[in-house]
Design a protein. Structure first.
Ligand SMILES: Cc1cc2nc3c(=O)[nH]c(=O)nc-3n(C[C@H](O)[C@H](O)[C@H](O)COP(=O)(O)OP(=O)(O)OC[C@H]3O[C@@H](n4cnc5c(N)ncnc54)[C@H](O)[C@@H]3O)c2cc1C
Length: 339
């Protein structure tokens, strides 16, 4: 019998499996070969700021610290480079925004931002503000390294999971030949097979482009972003779309992304790849963790900032599962199921 049967080896399931193993649990992860993994499409960017009101995002300090701890540990154990720290250059959209930005930078709150400068290498009208604490995590490398790591421990099953095949016993569950004390569903935006989970699928599209004259040592954001990946190759994104949508990349969205970035980048630009994925978002933009039935649990709703929030979310879930610590109300699934 394993302690945890984890459904999904995306970002949520991989981080959960890694930390659960470190805490001495036995795990089995089942994944359908990433048939619907948002984590493989994501740019993996982390940014502790919200530009809408120029404030820290929710729980930024704690999430940022847990994120760096987690991916540093994963780098060591998996023997791969995952974290790429980069400043983010925010292009001021107008005088009013610039004024508010500089007032906050002078007050030192949020602590991540610096006052605007001209940055003559990037065409701009109102100046550019720098944000620290940003960068990206190489999610395809993380997911494939975790795949090997789990396979080497005989802890990965490549199969489609069907909740109808779960048999519930008094102190455990079984699915096919696997017997487990608990199931944790980390299946991302396709979690609609679980009733009453308020997951709102949000489609995103992102491009991989060759941009030889692009800024190589910073992420440039003008509402959309151009993020250096390697030797002149950049990620460019992203779009946000609520249902109804079809899952494929849309040509018009590709053109809109390029048009926006072109406002501040006039060099050569060739599209190498155009991908779409579905983010698992929630009504209050916070993740969803906790009990959803006998021996059944969920870790989902990582939304648009999965990289930043996943490590702390998983930490709280494991404290809850292994030590009966209450989950913070703001991430507990009960906030939706028990009013
Ligand atoms: C275009 C785009 C750009 C993004 N950019 C960023 C970014 O820059 N920074 C950031 O932090 N976040 C970003 N995100 C959001 C990020 O991708 C998500 O927060 C995160 O990846 C969600 O991870 P997850 O593990 O919950 O879901 P997923 O990555 O979708 O993983 C779920 C896994 O479960 C498997 N699965 C599902 N159902 C079953 C089943 N029945 N049987 C077996 N296996 C199953 C799937 O195939 C998949 O492998 C972006 C998302 C998109 C779409």
């Amino acid at each position: 019998m394993v302690d945890l049967l984890i459904v999904g080896q995306g970002l949520a399931g991989s981080v959960l499996a890694f930390r659960a193993l470190q805490r001495g649990c036995s795990v089995c992860v089942v994944d359908n070969n990433h048939a619907s993994a948002a984590s493989l499409v994501a740019a993996g960017m982390f940014n502790p700021m919200s530009f809408r009101s120029i404030v820290d995002v929710w729980n930024a300090d704690v999430h940022h610290e847990f994120m760096l701890d987690f991916f540093s540990d994963a780098e060591q154990v998996l023997g791969v480079k995952l974290i790429y720290s980069l400043p983010l250059l925010k292009i001021m959209p107008d005088e009013g925004f610039k004024h508010r930005w500089n007032a906050k930078a002078v007050a030192g709150n949020p602590r991540w931002i610096k006052s605007t400068t001209d940055h003559s290498e990037i065409p701009n009208q109102y100046g550019i503000g720098e944000v620290n604490g940003c960068g990206y995590v190489d999610l395809p490398v993380f997911l494939s390294s975790m795949k090997h790591y789990l396979s080497a421990k005989n802890a990965l099953v490549n199969h489609q999971f069907d909740v109808e095949e779960v048999v519930t016993h008094s102190d455990h569950i079984s699915w096919k030949q696997i017997v487990a004390k608990r199931i944790v569903h980390c299946s991302g935006a396709v979690a609609s097979y679980l009733p009453n989970l308020p997951i709102i699928p949000n489609k995103g599209e992102v491009l991989t482009v060759q941009a030889p004259q692009g800024v190589r040592n910073a992420i440039v954001n003008n509402g959309k972003w151009l993020m250096p990946h390697h030797s002149g190759v950049f990620r460019l994104g992203a779009t946000y779309e609520r249902p109804p949508f079809d899952d494929r990349p849309v040509m018009q969205h590709r053109d809109e992304l390029i048009q926006k970035v072109r406002e501040n980048y006039q060099g050569d630009l060739e599209v190498l790849k155009h991908e779409a994925g579905i983010r698992p978002t929630t009504p209050d933009r916070k993740p969803i963790c906790g009990s959803i039935g006998e021996h059944q649990y969920v870790c989902n709703g990582l939304g648009t900032r999965g990289v930043l929030i996943v490590a702390h979310t998983v930490h709280c879930l494991l404290d809850f599962l292994l030590h009966d610590h209450p989950l913070p109300r703001e991430i507990d699934v009960k906030r939706f199921t028990e009013k």
